[in-house]
Design a protein around this ligand. Structure first.
Ligand SMILES: Nc1nc2c(ncn2[C@@H]2O[C@H](COP(=O)(O)OP(=O)(O)OP(=O)(O)O)[C@@H](O)[C@H]2O)c(=O)[nH]1
Ligand SMILES: [Mg+2]
Length: 428
C-alpha cells in the first residue's frame, strides 16, 4: 500500500546504517531527503513541512544514547512523528445506539457500496440493514442488493424520495429487529449543491450517528480536497480510504488528518468484503517504516532505559508478585516515552490488552489514590476502600472494579503460565 514510500525510506535507512554521530548539517540534509520522499509519495506539502521541522528539531535536541545509532534514532523519531500526523491514537468507533445508523457519503465510484457491504459483514451480529439511497441510478440499487446478498444481510430498496425511503427503512428495521442501518447514498462526479442538500437533509432528519466520508486512495491529494469540502458542508465523523491495494502512493492517507482534522477509521485494501482494516496510526507508521525494524528498535529504546528493571519486573510478574505499585511505575515509564499506547505491551502478558492514552491517565489516578499497602496487596481492597479510591481519583467504583479485575486476571494468567512452565515465559 505504501510500497514506494517504504522502499525509499528503507534505502535512506540503509545509507545511514553504520554512520557515526550526525552533525546538524547532516541531519538537515537527511531531512531534505525525507522531505523529497514524502512529497514524491504525494503527501500534502504543508504536512511535509511541519513534519520535517518537528523531526529535525527533535533530532537536534536529542542526546543520543550510545547504544542507539543515529540512523536508528532518525527512523524512530520519524516513526513517532508519523504516528502523530496519522492522529496519534486509534480513533474509537463504537456503535452505541440501537438501532445505530451509519451514513456513507462520497463522490462517485469512491467505494461507498463496497464499504457498505464490508461494514455489514464486520457488524453482522447487529443484523444490519443496507439501505439504498440513490434513486437516480437504478443500477446502484441493484448493486447494493447484490452486495447485501454477498454479505448475507437485509436490504431495503430506494423510493423516489430519499428522505422518505430512509424513514421507511427505519420503521422496517424497528419491526424486523435490525440493529444497524447502513445508508448507501448517491455519488456524483463532482460536489454539487443538489447532492449536498440531499445529504444535509438526511443528516438533519434521519440523524445518522456516524457519517463516514469514503475516499478513493488512488486519487491522491484530490481526496484531501474532497474531504475539506465535504467537511465544510456536512458533519463528517471521519474517513474511510479505499483502493489502497492498488498503486496508491498513500500520500492522501498521510495528509487528511492534518489538513482537515478528520480521523481515518477504516481502510479498504481489496474488492472482497473481508478486505477492510481498522486504521491504527501506530501500525500504519510501523508498516511504512518496515514493521520488524520498528519492533526491534522499540525493544532497543526500551532496553536502553533499564534492561535490568524490565527483567526483574518480568520475573516478579511470573512469580505472581507483580503488584499495583509495579504497574504504576510501568505506566509512568510508558508516559515518559511518548505517545505510544502500544508500549503498554511492556507489561509482560499484557500485549493483547488494548489500552488507550485516556485510560492510562485514569488507571494512574486510581492507583495513586490507593495506599502503599493497598498497592502491594490489592486483595485487601474491599467495598468501602473501592468507594474511597473512586472518590479520591475522580473515577467511579465501576472503573476501580474493572482495573482490579483486569489486574487479577493478568496475575492469574501469569501464575498459570509459570506453573505450566511455558517456555514463552521462562526467564533466561
Ligand atoms: N481494488 C479495489 N477496488 C475497490 C475497493 N473498493 C471498491 N473498489 C471497486 O471500485 C469500484 C467502485 O466501487 P463502488 O463501491 O461501486 O463505489 P461507489 O462509491 O458506491 O460508487 P457510486 O455508487 O457510483 O457512487 C468497484 O468496481 C469496486 O469493486 C478496494 O478497496 N480495492
Ligand atoms: Mg454505489
Amino acid at each position: 500500500m505504501f510500497d514506494i514510500l517504504t522502499q525509499k525510506l528503507a534505502e535512506l535507512q540503509r545509507k545511514l546504517l553504520g554512520r557515526g554521530k550526525l552533525t546538524p548539517a547532516e541531519i538537515t540534509r537527511t531531512m531534505g531527503e525525507i522531505r523529497t520522499i514524502l512529497l514524491e509519495a504525494d503527501v500534502n506539502y504543508r504536512v511535509v513541512g511541519q513534519f520535517v521541522r518537528n523531526v529535525e528539531a527533535r533530532l537536534k535536541n536529542q542526546d543520543i544514547a550510545s547504544s542507539i545509532k543515529p540512523g536508528e534514532l532518525i527512523t524512530y523519531t520519524v516513526y513517532e512523528e508519523l504516528v502523530k500526523i496519522l492522529g496519534g491514537t486509534t480513533p474509537k468507533f463504537e456503535l452505541k445506539k440501537t438501532p445505530a445508523i451509519i451514513s456513507l457519503v462520497g463522490l462517485q465510484g469512491t467505494g461507498k457500496t463496497t464499504i457498505a457491504g464490508k461494514l455489514a459483514l464486520r457488524y453482522r451480529k447487529r443484523r444490519p440493514l443496507l439501505v439504498a439511497c440513490d434513486p437516480k441510478r437504478p443500477a446502484a440499487t441493484q448493486q447494493l442488493q447484490s452486495v447485501a446478498g454477498r454479505a448475507n444481510c437485509d436490504f431495503y430498496p430506494v423510493a423516489k424520495d430519499v428522505l422518505n425511503s430512509c424513514l421507511a427503512a427505519q420503521n422496517y428495521a424497528r419491526e424486523k429487529g435490525n440493529q444497524l442501518l447502513i445508508l448507501d447514498t448517491a455519488g456524483r462526479l463532482h460536489i454539487d449543491d443538489e447532492l449536498m442538500q440531499e445529504l444535509k437533509l438526511i443528516e438533519d432528519k434521519v440523524k445518522p450517528d456516524t457519517t463516514f466520508l469514503v475516499l478513493d486512495g488512488m486519487v491522491g491529494q484530490d481526496a484531501v480536497n474532497q474531504a475539506s469540502e465535504f467537511n465544510q458542508r456536512l458533519t463528517i465523523t471521519g474517513c474511510c480510504f479505499t483502493k489502497l491495494d492498488g498503486d496508491a502512493r498513500g500520500g492522501a492517507v498521510l495528509s487528511v488528518r492534518q489538513v482537515t482534522g478528520l480521523p481515518v477509521y477504516f481502510i479498504s485494501t481489496g474488492e472482497k468484503l473481508e478486505d477492510l482494516e481498522e486504521f491504527h496510526p501506530d501500525r500504519i507508521a510501523a508498516r511504512i517504516l518496515g514493521m520488524g525494524d520498528i519492533k526491534t528498535l522499540m525493544e532497543k529504546v526500551q532496553g536502553s532505559t533499564n534492561v535490568e528493571d524490565q527483567r526483574q519486573l518480568a520475573e516478579k510478574f511470573i512469580k505472581g508478585k507483580f503488584d499495583l505499585e509495579d504497574f504504576l511505575n510501568q505506566i509512568k515509564t510508558v508516559k515518559k516515552m511518548g505517545s505510544l499506547s502500544k508500549l503498554i505491551a511492556l507489561v509482560p502478558g499484557a500485549a493483547s490488552v488494548d489500552v488507550d492514552e485516556d485510560e492510562l491517565v485514569k488507571i494512574e489516578a486510581i492507583i495513586q489514590s490507593m495506599t502503599p499497602e493497598e498497592r502491594r496487596n490489592p486483595d485487601i481492597i474491599n467495598g468501602s476502600r473501592r468507594r474511597r479510591i473512586a472518590d479520591g481519583s475522580g473515577t467511579t467504583v465501576t472503573d476501580v472494579n474493572r482495573l482490579l479485575k483486569e489486574f487479577e486476571q493478568a496475575r492469574a494468567l501469569a501464575r498459570q503460565f509459570s506453573s505450566g512452565k511455558s517456555p514463552r515465559f521462562r526467564i533466561r
